[in-house]
Design a protein around this ligand. Structure first.
Ligand SMILES: NC(=O)c1ccc[n+]([C@@H]2O[C@H](COP(=O)([O-])OP(=O)(O)OC[C@H]3O[C@@H](n4cnc5c(N)ncnc54)[C@H](OP(=O)(O)O)[C@@H]3O)[C@@H](O)[C@H]2O)c1
Length: 285
């Protein structure tokens, strides 16, 4: 039995679907089972990771966990202690490419937060695998899609900033390989994950226009206005600061492309154009 946290999230929904497709048994956690829209093959469990002790009975017969920081937050240690007590052996953590190894201090709040969760997982005594993706393509669903639908224009800083956005299904596919693996195969591995191509923000908008058949325009803003625009789109200000810093650092070179999706799944990573095709309606006005 596999226990999926964040099962209604971008990555978790695919983890549930892909595990079921492999014939695995899945227990999927959500705070609101009625609204979850999870597939009938999954055993849906209502619960809140803010109160990890209440979830202990749901961990019976579970061998491995998929852990999403958006779901587990500050309760990681308590939840993992309950999991270990109930006989869980393995955890696959959705972490972040912002985490650096071998440094005294992490750079920025996103890295600090993910490193804290990684440390709690390492200290849990469970076998672990860390997935460290960079930019999710899904970020564009809240950063760009509303303005594209409303105006056909994206207003943002650093149009030449290059990233290698990853399809959420590829993160899930790697997670499922690690969850289903034989004992020890991916234990202690830290996999950096990316999409298969380095794309500037200009490239991404061009591809969205091509795939959805719309003329779209990029209005490049000075950094401070770009930050303000992100905050107005609902990005928390500390995340806007972090994103702007990543973008500023990413204007002069291609983004690194990781081989991990291909190596672990045996197929190439999904392209950005494929991701846009999967979400085309979100960008149509
Ligand atoms: N965005 C990026 O570029 C990026 C890059 C690297 C890493 N990441 C990592 O990926 C995470 C986001 O993953 P995602 O996009 O798949 O998630 P998401 O779509 O934001 O979904 C969040 C999930 O967490 C669950 N959740 C929230 N609070 C909970 C609680 N108290 N108890 C139980 N479940 C709770 C929600 O379930 P219900 O609402 O159904 O309860 C939902 O399934 C980030 O937090 C970060 O750690 C993101």
């Amino acid at each position: 039995m596999f226990f999926v946290t964040g099962s209604t999230g971008n990555v978790g929904r695919h983890v549930v679907d892909l595990l079921l497709a492999e014939g695995a048994k899945v227990r999927a956690l959500t705070r609101d089972p009625r609204a979850a829209g999870l597939p009938p093959g999954a055993e849906v469990v209502g619960g809140d990771l803010g109160r990890p002790e209440s979830l202990a009975p749901a961990l019976d017969a579970v061998t491995a966990l998929f852990l999403n920081p958006a779901a587990v937050g500050g309760s990681t240690a308590g939840f993992l202690a309950a999991a270990r007590e109930r006989g869980v052996r393995r955890v696959v953590l959705l972490s972040s490419a912002s985490v650096r190894d071998g440094v005294a201090e992490q750079q920025g709040p996103i890295a600090v937060r993910h490193k804290e969760i990684e440390d709690a997982v390492e200290a849990s005594g469970l076998e672990w695998t860390f997935l460290r993706p960079g930019e999710f393509a899904t970020n564009l669903l809240f950063q760009w899609a509303p303005q594209i639908r409303a105006t056909g224009t994206v207003r943002a800083a650093y149009g030449m900033a290059a990233m290698a956005p990853i399809h959420e299904r590829d993160i899930a596919a790697v997670a499922v390989r690690a969850l289903l693996s034989g004992s020890g195969e991916h234990a202690g591995a830290r996999y950096e994950l990316s999409g298969p191509e380095s794309l500037t923000q200009f490239d991404k908008l061009r591809i969205i226009g091509e795939v959805t058949g719309q003329p779209l325009r990029f209005e490049e803003l000075p950094p401070e206005e770009g930050r303000q625009a992100m905050v107005e789109q609902g990005v928390p200000s500390f995340v806007a600061d972090a994103l702007l810093a990543y973008q500023a650092a990413a204007v002069r070179h291609d983004a690194p492309v990781s081989p991990a999706v291909r190596d672990l799944t045996g197929r190439p990573g999904l392209t950005f154009a494929e991701w846009v095709a999967d979400h085309a309606e979100a960008f149509r006005g």
